[in-house]
Design a protein around this ligand. Structure first.
Ligand code: HEC
Ligand code: HEC
Length: 370
């Protein structure tokens, strides 16, 4: 006989959760980072709902109806080939996988918010960027490791469904996540009370409103960057006049003190050009560069260029290993094309660099140059 096991809210949760997790993996790309973060927050709201639902929801969706005692697991494994199963909701192993998915997804999102804050200076924890910038990669590593664990758990979940199809086909578990009905011996179905319907409806409205809010307000604190565009003209007019006359205005925080000192002490022989200045002008610009050098910044580019330079005598960003690895996928043809001409012509591709930012969503699509 057919019993109604998975209520509509449980099924809607399941499919929204599955779709958003898939989208999170598909947006794992620097340029889509803001969307990736929004999807993460979306999953977080779903998890909050599922947490409440685990206590206030109907039978089988409640956590206390997850058969997770060791004796249940043993008994389930011993009887795994018995086509008749006594578990109507999740079986014991499935219960472990589900709870595992919820917990790992939750911690993955928390470490994601940490990475977003520390590494990019964005989102709820953007203020941590300046304190924890030395651990930039650590949080990202944990986040990536956990997302690997999440994939493993999802594979287990899919394998579980597959083996259930083979071993216990008559319960129609797979169909139940679409229809809500499983085949059982007696009617064991559930019905939602008005209170449960209200909670579910409320959460759905919050979830949709939240997604719409984020998509239409990209500057909201969940994704906004702590770095604002800088008007260098206001900070030092001479710097802009002199140092942007032949090329991109390189933000002072893209090179360390040591490089600026070397560069400014040899402007007569500046990359085969003569860029010399009066002593006074030179000192003015040099002071400005030193004050705002990479050492004084916690932007990702500064930290990584400092890391990559160590004590090497390099005065060009384009000669750093960091620059080379970040641009290794761009062919020579692109750098040499008429619209770019030189690797050093950053602004051809990074439309915000002269405002002191190198945002991923401001990088021009390099296919436009091909
Ligand atoms: C007379 C023209 C001229 C002026 C003025 C000038 N530069 Fe340059 N600069 C160049 C040329 C040419 C290059 C080499 C660009 C290339 O490789 O395509 C260069 C390269 C650089 C680079 C290395 C870029 C890289 O990563 O490859 C830095 C840094 C730089 N200049 C800083 C400055 C600063 C700071 C000032 C102001 C004090 C300045 N430049 C003024 C002509 C100039
Ligand atoms: C031909 C276009 C082009 C030029 C010129 C160029 N870049 Fe890039 N840059 C890119 C692209 C595309 C990416 C993204 C690479 C990726 O994600 O695989 C990138 C990535 C970066 C990143 C890493 C951004 C991040 O958050 O991951 C930095 C920093 C950067 N560029 C700095 C510079 C600087 C500084 C210059 C000039 C000295 C420069 N780029 C010149 C196209 C360019």
């Amino acid at each position: 006989m057919k019993s109604y096991i998975w209520s509509l809210p449980t099924r809607v949760f399941h499919w929204l959760f599955a779709v958003l997790i898939l989208l999170a993996f598909l947006t794992d790309d620097d340029k889509l980072l803001n969307y990736h973060a929004l999807i993460g927050y979306g999953i977080l709201t779903l998890l909050v709902f599922r947490f409440f639902w685990g206590y206030l929801g109907p039978k089988y969706s409640k956590f206390k109806d997850f058969p997770m005692a060791i004796k249940d697991v043993k008994e389930f494994i011993v009887n795994i080939f018995n086509p008749k199963q006594k578990y109507i909701g999740h079986n014991p192993i499935a219960s472990y996988v589900m709870i595992g998915i919820f917990i790992v997804a939750f911690i993955t999102i928390l470490t994601g918010i940490l990475t977003f804050g520390v590494q990019e200076g964005k989102g709820l924890l953007s203020s941590l960027n300046s304190t924890f910038f030395k651990k930039m990669e650590l949080f990202e590593d944990i986040h990536e490791f956990l997302s690997g664990v999440l994939i493993a758990l999802i594979v287990l979940h899919l394998l579980g469904i597959l083996s259930d199809r083979v071993l216990h086909a008559k319960h129609e578990t797979l169909k139940s996540i679409f229809s809500g009905y499983k085949v059982t011996d007696e009617n064991e179905g559930i019905k939602l009370n008005i209170f449960q319907k209200l909670i579910a409806a409320l959460f759905l409205v919050i979830f949709i409103a939240f997604l719409l809010f984020n998509l239409t307000t990209p500057s909201n604190p969940l994704i906004a960057s702590m770095y604002k565009p800088i008007d260098y003209k206001k900070q030092n007019e001479l710097f802009v006049k002199e140092c942007a006359s032949c090329h991109t205005l390189y933000p002072p925080h893209t090179l360390p003190k040591r490089s600026w000192l070397a560069l400014m002490s040899n402007l007569e022989n500046h990359f085969e050009d003569d860029a010399s200045l009066s002593e006074e002008e030179n000192k003015n610009i040099l002071d400005f560069l030193l004050k705002n050098s990479a050492e004084s910044s916690t932007q990702e580019v500064s930290v990584k260029i400092l890391d990559s330079l160590k004590n090497k005598d390099i005065i060009a960003i384009t000669h750093t290993d960091f620059f080379k690895t970040r641009h290794k996928d761009i062919s020579k043809k692109v750098f040499e094309c008429v619209d770019v001409k030189s690797k050093a012509n950053c602004k051809a591709c990074h439309s915000d660099i002269e405002q002191g930012l190198i945002e991923d969503d401001k990088i021009k699509n390099i296919r436009a140059f091909m």
